[in-house]
Design a protein around this ligand. Structure first.
Ligand code: SF4
Length: 365
């Protein structure tokens, strides 16, 4: 992997991608356009300068793969309201702390005295519950297929320890339904998808075949180092030029054809599909996973009632950024009213957010 960041390897790859993109433009009269599905890809493409190096030749569009960013405002408000209850310890990933709710953030609630803890390993929430039997410990389960298996592990641990005071507020999202949503909406012209290496470890290469068979569009699974990203983009352009839709695995050391079967078994044991609300897209049927009814005692949505009103309207355009309709710097608030010290929307807060990536690495002034 060290080698794949080596400029001596990456520079010729950049040149090769540009040459391929020129070939594409000669054939189709426009730049090739690809969506990087995952927020970690967006951040890696910006941090490593790949996006900037290719900007005149390849359109790289950020997609809906940042879990905090795609969580709809009502869910954010509900999680903040949940933290207001007495005798509770809320455990969460750090990214969630500064996401603006309609009235406040989790960080505001923590400063006001609520017990809200940022965990580096989510499984530690089970230990927090074990050590605090007189408190309700709730983990905010926000995530895609990379995080969801950890949530099932946590439930397994809580079962083993016979904990009665541990639960998860499930707000999970799945990649396939949102890609189908975007393709069916047809709002953005795309020539292919850069598919996330880590999610694909769970899902497997075969899980993306619907892109080819139902939508005639390619996907290349890649890792997060510059050489991997560049070779993934090269392969996508090549497929587009040849008019061959295909799924290629550019991350074969860790991504298998059928994914990780052990994880699939955990998911089947604990979880069932559910409808989920996405920022900017509304409710997408069967686009998330919830705990099966037999695990209701670990399901915070079944244990606690939280009432929230209509979310406050703002001028944040995260919903359009997530759908690939605008790039962050097209939002009038970008870098002015909205910046990392004063984020107006989640895309400026999250370590995987497009607006944060643009602000950190691609700001023009
Ligand atoms: Fe929202 Fe700020 Fe991004 Fe604009 S720049 S879309 S306000 S997060």
């Amino acid at each position: 992997l060290k080698q794949s960041s080596n400029p001596e390897i990456c520079k010729p790859l950049v040149d090769a991608v540009i040459q391929k993109a020129v070939e594409f433009r000669q054939k189709f009269g426009r730049k090739p356009a690809f969506m990087e599905v995952c927020g970690s890809h967006t951040m890696a493409l910006a941090r490593t300068g790949v996006k900037q190096s290719l900007k005149d030749y390849v359109q790289l569009i950020s997609g809906p793969g940042c879990p905090v960013c795609v969580t709809d405002q009502r869910s954010i408000d509900a999680m903040i309201a949940l933290a207001e209850g007495d005798n509770r310890i809320i455990c969460t990933f750090g990214d969630m702390m500064r996401v603006p709710g309609s009235n406040r953030t989790l960080l505001d609630s923590k400063i006001a005295g609520k017990d809200i803890r940022v965990l580096y390993s989510p499984v530690d929430a089970v230990k927090v519950a074990k050590d605090n039997p007189d408190k309700e410990v709730i983990f905010l389960g926000v995530g895609f297929e990379t995080t969801i298996p950890i949530l099932t592990l946590m439930v397994g641990e809580a079962e083993k320890l016979r904990l009665d005071n541990f639960s998860i507020w499930m707000t999970t999202k799945l990649v396939e339904p949102v890609l189908r949503y975007l393709l069916e909406a047809g709002e953005v012209q795309l020539d292919g998808f850069l598919l996330p290496g880590h999610v694909s470890i769970v899902l497997g290469e075969d899980a993306y075949q619907y892109l080819v068979t139902e939508y005639n569009i390619s996907g290349v699974i890649t890792g997060f180092e510059p050489a991997e990203l560049l070779s993934g983009i090269y392969k996508l352009i090549d497929l587009a030029i040849n008019g061959q839709a295909s799924i290629l695995n550019n991350h074969p050391a860790v991504v298998r054809k059928a994914g990780n079967q052990v994880i699939h078994q955990w998911l089947e044991k604990y979880l069932t599909e559910c409808d989920e609300a996405w920022r900017g897209m509304g409710v997408i049927p069967r686009s998330g996973l919830d705990l099966k009814p037999e695990y209701d005692k670990y399901n915070a949505k079944k244990r606690f009632t939280v009432e929230v009103g209509e979310p406050k309207k703002t001028k944040c355009r995260c919903g359009e950024v997530i759908r690939g309709l605008i790039s962050p710097n097209e939002c009038p608030l970008f870098g002015k009213a909205c910046h990392p010290m004063n984020p107006i929307g989640p895309c400026m807060v999250s370590a995987e957010g497009s607006c944060a990536a643009y602000y950190q690495y691609m700001r023009e002034s």
